[in-house]
Design a protein around this ligand. Structure first.
Ligand code: PLP
Length: 407
């Protein structure tokens, strides 16, 4: 009796004292910190001349580095894939969703990365999450560069492994971490070092040779995320690891940036891939990507990236980056990504708005994508930009910098 009375009283009592925070309140606090995001609609295909929310802008914010996303050969490959394979895949890969194009693409990716095998996922994010949770558990340790992408951090956290970070590109600190972790690691436990090859928001490169040597010296595995290097750097666009002769245990990449399509992948040994097929939940419990996309991606990997078209597009991209650097002066970009660091979230937003009114789409990048107080403009170049486009942007960025100095 007393118990049911207490239960009856419990509800109004709690309601009196507790009120959930509302969605509106939460949005207000995001807005107050200049961190509110909203979607803008691009009314054109992915190309430099974009119509965005009714404005005609030159787009310098896409990761379509080779200009393939809306290119004739890629669209034709996709059409061909649809004619031959239809649209959806109907089931997860382990049920009946593995179709010819999926295995064809995975063979192409393994050949491209010169590994035994490869596995595709519905996105790079899903690849990171599935792989890290499959390979690591709470006895293990994962050591990441502090600027690693959210997908890697989220996968590492979800795995339950001990997560340690070293300051960006600081191999001394990585070495110290490896030393202390190795000394305490239980038998059979894994230590995994993760870095990107080209960092997504800074555009700089990892000292991959040194990182690989350290991982090897301390008996750790190495995973390298080449999301922003695939198609852009290295022989045949194979990435920075290929350029430097480094062979990570786990290669990660995405087909949604320079390859112009969609989907993530992991490449490595056959045993690694077999283990992922058995353990990676984002792979197992998700419908296979559309076979037409896989068919088009196989074409891009086999025919475009490593062929003369890829070569020509990479050369144009490098020329555009050089055009920009020459016009602006004082910078030596290490990739197709050039950050203009402004510090405060407010300053970055204002600079993005300023460029937009001058006809350029270069959105502000803010916390939590980058650290607090490191807000920036992130400029990305594409082979489909024209020389005059990048020179015009350089002038606008220059004017922005001059205006800030005069403040
Ligand atoms: C974009 C990106 C990913 C995620 O790839 P998606 O295919 O877009 O999900 C992973 N890592 C890095 C470094 C990225 O920039």
């Amino acid at each position: 009796m007393a118990e049911s009375l207490q239960a009856a009283l419990a509800i109004p009592y709690r309601q009196f004292f507790y009120r959930m925070r509302t969605f509106e309140e939460e949005l207000e606090s995001i807005r107050a910190a200049s961190l509110l995001r909203s979607l803008r609609t691009v009314e054109t295909p992915q190309q430099p001349r974009s119509r965005v929310d009714g404005l005609d802008l030159l787009n310098f914010s896409s990761n379509d580095y080779l200009g393939l996303a809306a290119s004739a050969p890629v669209m034709e490959a996709l059409h061909e894939g649809i004619r031959r394979w239809g649209a959806g895949s109907g089931a997860s890969r382990l049920v009946c969703g593995t179709q010819g194009p999926h295995t064809g693409l995975e063979e192409a990716l393994a050949a491209f990365k010169k590994t035994e095998a490869a596995l595709t996922f519905s996105s790079g994010y899903a690849a990171a999450l599935g792989t890290l949770t499959a390979l690591l558990d709470k006895e293990d340790t994962v050591i990441v560069d502090k600027l690693c992408h959210a997908s890697l951090i989220d996968g590492a956290r979800l795995s339950g492994a001990l997560l340690r970070a070293f300051p960006h590109n600081n191999t001394e600190r990585l070495k110290a971490l490896l030393q202390s972790v190795r000394a305490k690691a239980p038998a059979k436990s894994r230590i995994l070092v993760i870095t990107e090859s080209v960092f997504s928001m800074d555009g700089d490169r990892a000292p991959l040779r040194e990182v690989a040597t350290l991982a090897k010296d301390y008996g750790a595995l190495l995973m390298v995320d080449e999301a922003h290097a695939l198609g852009v750097l290295g022989p045949g666009g194979r990435g920075l690891a290929a350029e430097l002769g480094v062979a990570p245990d786990i290669h990660m990449g995405t087909l949604s940036k320079a390859a112009g399509l969609h989907g993530g992948f992991i490449a490595g040994s056959q045993a690694l891939i077999d283990l992922l097929i058995n353990r990676a939940r984002s792979f197992i419990y998700s419908t296979a990507p559309p076979p037409c996309i896989a068919a088009a991606a196989e074409y891009v990997v086999r025919e475009i990236l490593t062929g003369p078209e890829g070569e020509a597009r990479r050369a144009t991209l490098q020329q555009r980056i050089a055009d920009f650097a020459a016009e602006l002066g004082g910078i030596t970009p290490q990739s197709a990504i050039v950050p203009v660091i402004l510090g405060s979230e407010k300053a970055a937003l204002a600079a993005g708005a300023e460029l937009m009114s001058a006809g350029f789409l270069v959105p502000a990048i803010r916390y939590p994508t980058v650290a607090r107080g490191a807000a920036r403009l992130r400029i990305t170049f594409s082979a489909s930009h024209r020389g005059e486009d990048v020179r015009a942007l350089a002038k606008a960025v220059h004017a922005l910098a001059a205006a800030r100095e005069n403040q």
